[in-house]
Design a protein around this ligand. Structure first.
Ligand code: GDP
Length: 297
């Protein structure tokens, strides 16, 4: 991930840092290249434009061009601006899972990695935070998805709600809530059904489930390789059902990384975790510092 962006930027910055003095034109030319690199990484146009504007304002000031190491100053400004665009306003923070049993609703399109991420996150909550977790699949359309969650549950040592064929998603959600309360669980995670495309039925269903359990967190799981599409999907889910955060999957792939850079700025929602592989421990908290460092090489 970010490799091509990182290559492009390190080329630009290498040239800048090798130069002794920098004119405003040098900075402008470099930033034009940064803009192209961002767009090629599938960062959305308004985000790239704002980003460059912000950097330009700071980098063309007297203090930069007159400084002893102007190139490095520019790189630092870009670095800080990257962190800002990745972080946005407010605290990304930990999940709100005090006050047990805390419901976490997992939403997203089919194939985005929702079921895998549900199990990865459950494992993490159990092992890192010492939480007792219950998982339930609400995917009544694909019995294989229910079985998949049960299998993953066994694999990671997290309980799953027994499958009762013929139940509606809302009823499964109620049963999960009841079992989580009676069983003394700290968290119960609801893996909702996904569709290939966003449709009314999917959204209505998520909305109904959401009303029944009042989730503490509604996490959208979305394929990071899909770039701006991932950002559009997040925006639509947020408009219709309200999400509290995003998990970007497949960030181990050779995607261009634009989704990560645009997500916060476009949707206002924090990226909470990134998926970095198919294995059950391939889930990391999203750390803007590390991503910015990786982009700048
Ligand atoms: P769902 O339909 O959204 O529930 O998607 P699944 O959880 O079934 O995932 C679909 C496929 O993507 C599976 O083969 C997963 O192993 C794979 N997958 C999920 N997350 C990641 C990730 O972060 N990286 C990679 N490389 N594969 C992933």
């Amino acid at each position: 991930m970010f490799e091509s962006l990182s290559d492009r930027l390190s080329g630009v910055f290498d040239r800048l840092t090798k130069q002794g003095a920098l004119s405003e034109d040098d900075v402008k030319t470099a930033l034009r290249e940064v803009r192209v690199a961002l767009l090629e990484a599938d960062v959305s146009l308004p985000v790239a434009r704002d980003f460059i504007k912000k950097v330009q304002e700071q980098a063309t000031g007297q203090s930069v061009t007159k400084s002893v190491t102007p190139g490095q100053q520019v790189v630092k400004i870009v670095h800080d601006a990257l962190i800002e665009v990745l972080t946005g306003e407010g605290e990304p923070g930990a999940l709100k899972i005090d006050n047990p049993p805390a419901p976490i609703l997992m939403v997203g399109l089919q194939g985005g990695g929702k079921t895998t991420t549900t199990a990865k996150l459950a494992k993490r909550l159990k092992e890192k935070d010492g939480k007792r977790v219950l998982m339930a699949s609400l995917d009544v359309y694909r019995p294989a998805a229910m079985d998949q969650l049960a299998i993953l549950g066994t694999q990671v040592g997290v309980d799953t709600l027994p499958i009762v064929p013929g139940q509606k998603p809302v009823d499964i959600a109620k049963r999960a809530k009841q079992q989580a309360t009676m069983g003394g669980y700290d968290v119960y995670m609801l893996d909702t059904a996904g569709r290939l495309h966003i449709d009314e039925v999917l959204m209505d269903e998520v909305e109904q489930v959401s009303k029944v359990v009042t989730p503490r967190e509604t996490l959208l799981v979305v394929d990071g390789l899909t770039g701006q599409v991932a950002v559009e999907v997040a925006q639509e889910f947020d408009d219709k059902v309200g999400i509290s955060g995003v998990v970007l999957t497949r960030m181990d792939g050779d995607g261009r990384g634009g989704a990560a850079l645009s997500m916060r700025a476009v949707t206002g929602k924090p990226i909470r975790y990134v998926g970095l592989g198919e294995k059950m421990d391939a889930l990391e908290t999203f750390e803007p510092e590390r991503i910015a460092g990786r982009i700048l090489g």
